[in-house]
Design a protein around this ligand. Structure first.
Ligand code: ADP
Length: 448
């Protein structure tokens, strides 16, 4: 599925960038070609203007001068004196040239001569562009010069082969550049979209893993519940013994509770994924909150013969803004883990400390300061290679797999809660063995 999306995205990116590139190239070519044609036409007008002026000033026009003018400007000039053509070069006998000159004159007569109302008493000249029947482009100039006892007509033609070659080679250059750019853009789009899709693919795989792990976790208690229900119904012909029914019902209840806990955890995580993690900030006292958590776990720690300690700052922290319910849930996850993964006679310490943003500041704690809650144990510890994995969904180390009340979701929920409070969580080794979880949370003073 992702390969298809990848190819489509590549095609889309390449298509859009190619379209923009081609549009820009075409606009540039249009502007550049128009400028080139305009400057050529202006220079043709200038050159023919000079030539006609020279022509008017000369009393005697020699064949040599005309031939020189032709080769100097790459023009073909035809002169008619009182309607009689003046032959000054061999080329004038060329049939093709004659035909082109005739076409140029026809073009002039059909497009311009009707505009001249009383032309014959004044000299005039008109420059224009035309295409011959053999598909060759020319600039042409027709000049009429009246004299006292007659008139001279000039037809100057300038072939545009050089200009057209220039335009053609510019177009080819641009096409080659554009083609290379499109190939590079396609390659870039291919690798870029591939990189872009990596997180999406990872998230999809994560989702698949999550569903697989959740189904697996739910299947076990469900299987136990079904087998207990079967036993109560006497499905395989054996009625339960007196007292056994009560045990089965108890198992069904506790497995049902386990499923409920797991489903609650999964719902919480899916809310976090949808950025709808429920959080209700209000005024709270971090010291009191820690004391409450400590008291809630005292019995569990005592049952496991673990010494649970608490360490609070000498002067209590001022009330701050936070979701006390969520924070208590977070501390409970860490304390529960610490007690679970610490053997008998171990120690678990819950501590609170606050740090000022600027150490020299003697003012009361305020915005920008942070407070740290640490849960340290001297239990089995977490190997370095597992430290980043334990926050993954359904991750459990091999030692904890046998324990029924651990699904491997506690630390992900803890991480989501910390993030929703804009804090951080990380784990370190406790000096001497064990693990220490450190929560760093921003201190937001609550309004009095
Ligand atoms: P679980 O419900 O399995 O405890 P968690 O997400 O809370 O799930 O923890 C994930 C894994 O991290 C646990 O399976 C355990 O291997 C490891 N872990 C968490 N806390 C501790 C701790 N205090 N000491 C050692 N290992 C721990």
């Amino acid at each position: 599925m992702f390969r298809k999306v990848h190819y489509r995205l590549t095609l889309l990116c390449t298509g859009i960038t190619t379209f923009i590139l081609l549009t820009m190239s075409l606009v540039y070519l249009y502007v550049s070609e128009s400028g080139l044609k305009q400057s050529h036409f202006l220079s043709f007008q200038r050159d023919t203007g000079t030539l006609i002026a020279n022509f008017e000033q000369q009393t005697v026009i020699t064949h040599t001068w005309l031939s020189q003018m032709e080769s100097l400007n790459a023009f073909t000039i035809s002169v008619a004196d009182n309607g009689i053509p003046l032959l000054f070069s061999e080329r004038e006998r060329d049939e093709e040239r004659k035909a082109t000159e005739q076409e140029a004159m026809d073009y002039y007569n059909s497009h311009f001569s009707i505009l001249l109302l009383a032309p014959d008493s004044h000299p005039y000249h008109t420059e224009y562009a035309f295409t011959s029947s053999s598909k060759k482009d020319y600039y042409a100039c027709y000049a009429y010069i009246p004299y006292e006892y007659g008139e001279t007509e000039l037809l100057i033609l300038s072939p545009l082969e050089h200009l057209n070659r220039q335009i053609r080679s510019q177009r080819i250059r641009f096409a080659a550049i554009d083609l290379t750019a499109v190939v590079f853009l396609a390659l870039f789009s291919f690798f870029f979209t591939k990189k872009l899709l990596i997180p999406v693919e990872e998230s999809r795989l994560e989702q698949i893993r999550f569903v697989a792990a959740a189904s697996h976790e739910l299947r076990t208690p469900l299987a136990v519940i079904l087998s207990c229900a079967d036993a109560i119904r006497g499905h395989n012909g054996k009625k339960p013994l007196p007292g056994e029914e009560e045990t089965f019902l108890h198992t069904i209840y506790s497995e049902g509770q386990r499923m409920k806990c797991l489903i609650d955890d999964m719902l919480l995580l899916s809310q976090a994924d949808a950025h709808a993690f429920p959080i209700h900030p209000g005024p709270m006292e971090p010291d009191t909150l820690l004391l409450n958590s400590y008291e809630a776990f005292e019995t569990l720690a005592a049952q496991k013969n673990i010494s649970l300690r608490i360490s609070l700052p000498d002067s209590p922290l001022p009330p701050c803004l936070g979701d006390s319910g969520r924070l208590q849930q977070l501390i409970a996850i860490l304390l529960h883990n610490a007690i679970s993964y610490t053997p008998e006679n171990g120690t678990v310490t819950l501590s609170l400390s606050c740090a000022k943003k600027q150490k020299t500041n003697t003012m009361p704690y305020g915005s920008g300061d942070t407070y740290t809650i640490a849960v340290a144990d001297n239990g089995i510890g977490i190997p370095d290679e597992e430290k980043s994995l334990i926050f993954r969904r359904f991750y459990r180390s091999d030692q904890s797999r046998s324990t029924k009340e651990h699904f491997g979701l506690g630390l992900c929920i803890a991480e989501e809660i910390v993030h929703s409070m804009k804090g951080t969580i990380h784990v370190e080794d406790t000096p001497g063995g064990g693990s220490t979880f450190l929560l760093q949370l921003p201190f937001t003073p609550s309004l009095p």
